[in-house]
Design a protein around this ligand. Structure first.
Ligand SMILES: Cc1ncc(COP(=O)(O)O)c(C=O)c1O
Length: 207
């Protein structure tokens, strides 16, 4: 019998999602940037998907950017936030982030940013107080994974997101890639000012 014990790194997708992807690959081939009918149909489907994701996480539609995966997303978010930071030069993160976050942070450090990597406790949890202590007017970005990719611990991001909101212009980056603990992504975590309900990304969530 085969046992698969690495759902942190990769896990089967829901049959309904698999079917939707297969249907699209079977029936559609248009480039959404094309002006002809097939292209425009693909464009409509793309925009509908964007709207649905925006609703799911309670974010403005125009802020949803589709990428090839987690590494590209984290690079885009990290370098993007740094380049939009104006004069702010400090980045607060943790020492247990995925390499797709740690590598861009190391590069930004080489470019002159101050990067603070908060250490976890012995259970793999980041104490929000340790992060809050580091926040100041010079902070350009706070980047912390909601669920750790190796050990699956989830972080208490809500108080951090609320504190970051006080530093106008600071960016929050909340990673949801593979989300091993099936933690619901709460809009209060991503944007504490929103009032949309907590929407589980997975039916298996327990919190
Ligand atoms: C938290 C986290 N970020 C980023 C990635 C990288 O994602 P991808 O393989 O889609 O580039 C992973 C992959 O497991 C991950 O767990």
């Amino acid at each position: 019998m085969h046992s698969y014990l690495d759902h942190n790194a990769g896990t089967p997708i829901r049959p309904a999602v698999r079917e939707a992807i297969a249907r699209f690959l079977r029936e559609e081939h248009g480039n959404p940037s094309s002006v002809h009918q097939s292209g425009q149909r693909a464009r409509r489907m793309l925009e509908e998907a964007r709207e649905r994701v925006a609703r799911l996480v309670g974010a403005p539609v125009r802020t949803i950017v589709f990428t090839s995966g987690g590494t590209e997303s984290n690079n885009l978010a990290t370098f993007g936030a740094a380049s939009a930071a104006g004069g702010r030069r400090k980045i607060v993160s943790s020492s247990i982030e995925h390499s797709s976050v740690l590598a861009p942070l190391a590069e930004l450090e080489r470019r002159g940013f101050e990067v603070v990597r908060v250490p976890p406790d012995h259970d793999g949890r980041i104490d929000p107080a340790d992060v809050l202590e580091e926040l100041d007017e010079n902070t350009a970005l706070v980047t912390l994974g909601l669920a750790n990719a190796e050990v699956g611990t989830t972080q208490d991001l809500a108080p951090i997101a609320a504190a970051v909101a006080h530093f106008a212009g600071s960016r929050r980056c909340s990673a949801a890639t593979p989300n091993p603990a099936s933690t619901p992504i709460a809009t209060s975590v991503i944007s504490p000012k929103r009032t949309a309900p907590r929407i589980p990304l997975s039916s298996g969530n327990t919190r």
